[in-house]
Design a protein around this ligand. Sequence first.
Ligand code: NAD
Length: 487
Amino acid sequence: MTKEVVPIARGDGIGPEIMDASLHVLLEGGAAIEPQFIEIGEKVYRAGYTAGITDETWEIIRNHRAFYKAPITTPQGSGYKSLNVTIRKTLSLYANVRPAISYDPVIPSKHPGMDVVVIRENEEDLYAGIEHQQTPEVIQCLKLISRPGCERIVRYAFEYARAYGRKKITCMTKDNIMKLTDGLFHRVFDEIASEYPDIESEHWIVDIGIAKLADTPGNFDVVVIPNLYGDIVSDMTAQIAGSVGFAPGANIGDNHAMFEAIHGSAPRYAGQNLANPSGVLLSGIMMLIHIGQIEAAERIHNAWLKTLEDRVWTYDLVRKAKAASITSYTEVGTREFAEAVISRLGQKPEQLKAADYSKASFSFQKPKLTNVRHTEMRLDGVDVFINEGRLSGDELGRKLEQLAGPEFRLIMITNRGQRVYPGGFSETFCTDHWRCRFQVPEGANLPTPANTRDLLARLEQNQLEWIKLENLYLVDGKRGYSLGQGQ
Ligand code: NAD
């Protein structure tokens, strides 16, 4: 087999030692890969690259389909951007796949039999990172959810379930509150689920869904979930399955993929030959599967399971064992753990379920996307956001009624989403940030952009500082904006 060149970042903190140990196991286990070491992270940040990566390194990563990465340290301070988020978004690695498996009865777990894969959307949502201070009191963060983004992640989840013989997919959103953004994610999930009748599908509101997942993970199989909720839930599943030191992750796109453990660089343990390399090693196994080296993946995975089963453990697992009053084990360091796995290559576990990738088909098709760019968007009104710290909701409302002009009618004013005009309550706390909704009077023509410009000019002439404008659209005739609370 010709060797596949794989860019490898040894990372910071415990990164170099767990990457070296993992790489040693992968190569001894028959992985046909040619490492090309690259430098990203702390040293690069400190050299003045605020993204933690140089242009030359980008070129190397872009030239290869798989990238294998140890954790890096993001220096404290607001000038540094998270390199992980940058890589995921720049290379469109839209699916973050995080299996969480308990290894009972070998490793004590609160949830014996747990075997859940969280498939987290990786590019959108509040991770767009678009934040603005709008008034002295109020800051906003934009939550962006797109139809192609939802379709890509949801279809990937169903294809993944089929390839890995999984039976059920649970979608979690908060669409009882965010009816348009999370509502789109849920709707796309329902649409795509109907194309996969062989896989059971269900939806939970994310708060109770996560509670159920933490309590009875055995009822879940694959979870597909928007970015922020997915970030939170996948750390939780990794932790309750056993240890964050175990948990691997794959970031998959149509042309590139990055493989890394979910834990960080644990600087306190750096250079002591203590850390558990399993998260990085299991990520490497996911990488081998991705690049079609199934046999090596299975051999290495089984040797790793046998090592656990033989109770050859790093300090983190020993600590868990002690807490569960287990006394028979061999405590080893990072390097010795790797040697123990290598010495078991060719063996299979007896108590734990052996890895079997023989039946899986891993040729994911590029998801076909619905073209919605021809959707009719007709302007139906405007929301004008105003910075105003002197007037009450009623006073502002009366002023704006006068300034609405013939083309517009003031429909309502909300403060942090709650309607405060007309008919606001004195109990409602108000900040200096007002959303003022203008729509056309009954029977009038729909507004034009020129009407909006005139309205904004009238506000400016009357010393009202508008800070943001949102167009209200009828999308194929349906309301494409939310109502205010209490509207
Ligand atoms: P962390 O995951 O590095 O460590 C938290 C704790 O988990 C450690 O103190 C240790 O007790 C345990 N732990 C983690 N990995 C372990 C392993 N392999 N073996 C045994 N025990 C392990 O989280 P942190 O301390 O919050 O973050 C440290 C640094 O890592 C920060 O600079 C952060 O930005 C960075 N980070 C990087 C990544 C990444 O590169 N993917 C992810 C998360 C955090």
